[in-house]
Design a protein around this ligand. Sequence first.
Ligand SMILES: C[S@@+](CC[C@H](N)C(=O)[O-])C[C@H]1O[C@@H](n2cnc3c(N)ncnc32)[C@H](O)[C@@H]1O
Length: 231
Amino acid sequence: MTEISGWCSHCGQYTEGLYLYNASGLNHFRCFICYQKGGKVYSPDIPSVSLPIDSPNVKEEIKIPSSLKPVLSSKRMDWETDPLLFTSLNQMFHFDLDAAASKENALCEKYYTEKEDTLCQVWHQDGQRIFLNPPYGRNIHKWMKKVCEESPFCEVIVCLIAARPDTSWWWNFVLKASEVWFLKGRWQSKGSSFNCPFPSAVVIYTPDQSSTVFKWWDWKKNLFYEASRID
Ligand SMILES: C[S@@+](CC[C@H](N)C(=O)[O-])C[C@H]1O[C@@H](n2cnc3c(N)ncnc32)[C@H](O)[C@@H]1O
């Protein structure tokens, strides 16, 4: 079982991270930041691996296989969209702006990079049908707040985000969306041999924020299962 939110055993914050284990098995949860300090990763999506750790229990430093280095680096905040998933969404929404990208991974002709800082841009001046796969991490609430601020002025904003319905950012910002589609299974980041280690949702904002439709989406077959509506 992979979980991605929890109480970090190192800094004590409730946030995103990974379960770690030591020689005796599943042990504790660490947030991504403290995780950089080391531990042993437990996940069905990636093989177990040892890292140097600041714990007296683990003295040995084991070399990390190069195939796992992307998983263990801060780049893991950037899960580039699965091409199949993006193609499917783009066929529905015809995006004209990728609101979080780099020159290398932009999915639309128009895009904002970290240097330009999307949070300081006026999105609706550059696009009306916006795709957003934000960096995964602690600042997600800032991104979702920005989406809510922009959505009255855009035709549609489609966000690919972690499905975290227990979090305050979800309650504050996702519940203002027009539709929430919970994805079946995990997608695979472009160029990665691992599945995304967290459940995902596609969250769709239109200028009308009066109600939210919840659906389950089998995105590989493009089948929808509708759940309920809040008015
Ligand atoms: C999850 S990746 C998504 C990349 C690509 N748009 C896709 O969906 O495959 C998030 C991207 O946002 C970029 N990014 C990080 N901070 C940003 C910011 N403040 N403004 C715009 N882009 C940012 C990262 O460099 C990264 O390329």
